[in-house]
Design a protein around this ligand. Structure first.
Ligand code: SAJ
Length: 418
């Protein structure tokens, strides 16, 4: 089977590579010529563990190639769409999706299958997608097939999860779903679950919104613990000993491309009270970088140097999309000399270093923003020698408290009151 994957980003490229590794003949389509060139050379334009090796192999075997030209749709049997669906002003911008659908529609023949992996507002497959494909192709649904198989990949684990996580496949009819499922059943050991398009659309948004609500609750507890003189990390650990409780962790913010936007897509068509639940949780999470910046300001005099540890939006990855650190940097940069450290990040719109000692040298406060595993292993003795003032603010409960106290640091954690 020949498959076109439209959009060679964080979702599309790992998927195209994984499909090719299972023997499908895959052609990737992207509007970015530079990206296409790189892929054709077997070089990954995005950072994702294990992707470079796999990509190189499938490209060299001729199983994956890339192009900017949609005419290749005519040589394929199915297209999987993985283009961005950003949220602007609380509403999903579906213009990239619509344009991809139109370009595919113009070129697809009877019997063609279109699968949407992009995260979309409920009703988009039945509404916009079917309409645009019918208009552009002149075919009626039934003469072509249409399904929604939402991506569920966590950046940093994509090449594992593609082959392991159960795949939800929602069709407009069962026939649509079965056709799409026949592709994914060759990809994932986690199994393929067939459902309707509307259920697949809603469940994808529900997964990420559940996580966002849960983290917002943890953050609300952190703010309360600070006020009452409790320790939120201990409170959550205790509550989670209950067999039916699983409270997530608080922190200086919720970043990444998914949790920061998907809740808005789910909330948009809801009636007010339900919508408020989701929007309020988002607001709590969106306020956390401000709260963290306030904690910093309470610990250190204006004009001093502050070292922010972690620029990636979560631990163990080099991805800075919607990272809370970007916001915190912005909130502090006018009043402090701010140095940002990250062990993994290679490119960013703000100054940063991969060298920890240069970031903390002369600092009056070290503030940990990201839960990189590396921050559990810091040599605090060495750090103590180069800082101006020995003060640590731990936003993620990753710093070994006893260890830093031993070297004479003042230690404060987010979510812990005095
Ligand atoms: N975070 C917390 N506290 C926690 C867990 C996470 O503050 O207890 C923060 C992280 O630091 C990060 C943000 O939340 O800034 C988001 O990280 P994440 O680990 O929740 O997930 P993502 O955004 O990398 O990926 C999510 C995943 N969804 C779920 O786990 C339900 C992934 O499986 C989805 O495929 C992905 O969104 C997506 O593309 O939709």
């Amino acid at each position: 089977m020949r498959i076109a994957v439209v959009g060679l980003g964080y979702v599309g490229l790992p998927l195209a590579t994984a499909l090719a590794s299972k023997g499908f003949e895959v052609v990737g389509i992207d509007i970015d010529e530079k990206k296409v060139e790189k892929v054709n050379k077997g070089v990954a334009p995005i950072e994702e563990p294990k992707l470079p090796e796999m990509l190189k192999e499938v490209v060299s075997k001729g199983l994956l190639r890339a192009t900017t030209n949609y005419d290749v749709i005519g040589e394929t049997d199915a297209a999987i769409i993985a283009v961005p669906t950003p949220v602007k002003g609380g509403k999903a911008d579906l213009s990239y999706l619509e344009s991809a659908l139109r370009e595919i529609g113009k070129r697809m023949k009877e019997g063609y299958l279109v699968v949407i992996e992009s995260t979309i507002p409920p009703g988009t497959t039945q509404g916009l997608a079917k309409r645009v494909l019918e208009e552009a192709s002149g075919l009626k649904h039934g003469e072509f097939y249409l399904a929604h198989a939402p991506e569920r990949l966590a950046p940093g684990k994509a090449m594992e999860e593609l082959f392991k996580v159960p795949k939800l496949v929602g069709g407009l009819t069962e026939e649509d779903a079965k056709r799409a499922a026949s592709i994914y059943s060759k990809l994932t050991e986690g199994g393929v679950i067939i459902t309707s398009a509307i259920n697949a659309e809603m469940s994808k948004l529900a997964e990420n919104t559940f996580r966002d609500l849960n983290i917002a609750f943890a953050n609300a507890l952190a703010l309360l613990a600070e006020k009452l003189g409790a320790d939120v990390w201990e409170v959550i650990k205790l509550a989670n000993t209950h067999p039916r409780v699983n409270i997530h962790l608080p922190g200086p913010g919720v970043g990444g491309p998914c949790l920061t936007k998907d809740p808005y897509m789910l909330a948009e068509p809801m009636e007010d009270t339900s919508k408020n639940l989701i929007i309020t949780a988002r607001k709590i999470n969106e306020r956390m970088p401000h709260h963290f910046a306030e904690l910093v300001k309470n610990m250190v005099k204006r004009g001093e140097k502050v070292a922010l540890l972690g620029l990636a939006y979560k631990g163990g990855v080099d991805d800075i999309r919607e990272s809370p650190t970007l916001k915190i940097y912005d909130l502090l940069k006018d009043d402090y000399e701010v140095a940002v450290h990250d062990p993994y990040v290679k490119e960013a719109p703000i100054p940063f270093t991969n060298d920890l000692l240069s970031a903390v040298r002369g600092a009056s406060l070290i503030a940990v923003v990201t839960d990189h595993p590396d921050y559990k292993e810091i040599d605090w003795g060495e750090v103590a020698k180069v800082v101006k003032e020995k003060k640590v603010l731990d936003g993620r409960n990753v710093v070994p408290k006893e260890e830093v106290l031993k070297f004479g640091f003042v230690y404060k954690a987010l979510g812990v009151g005095t």
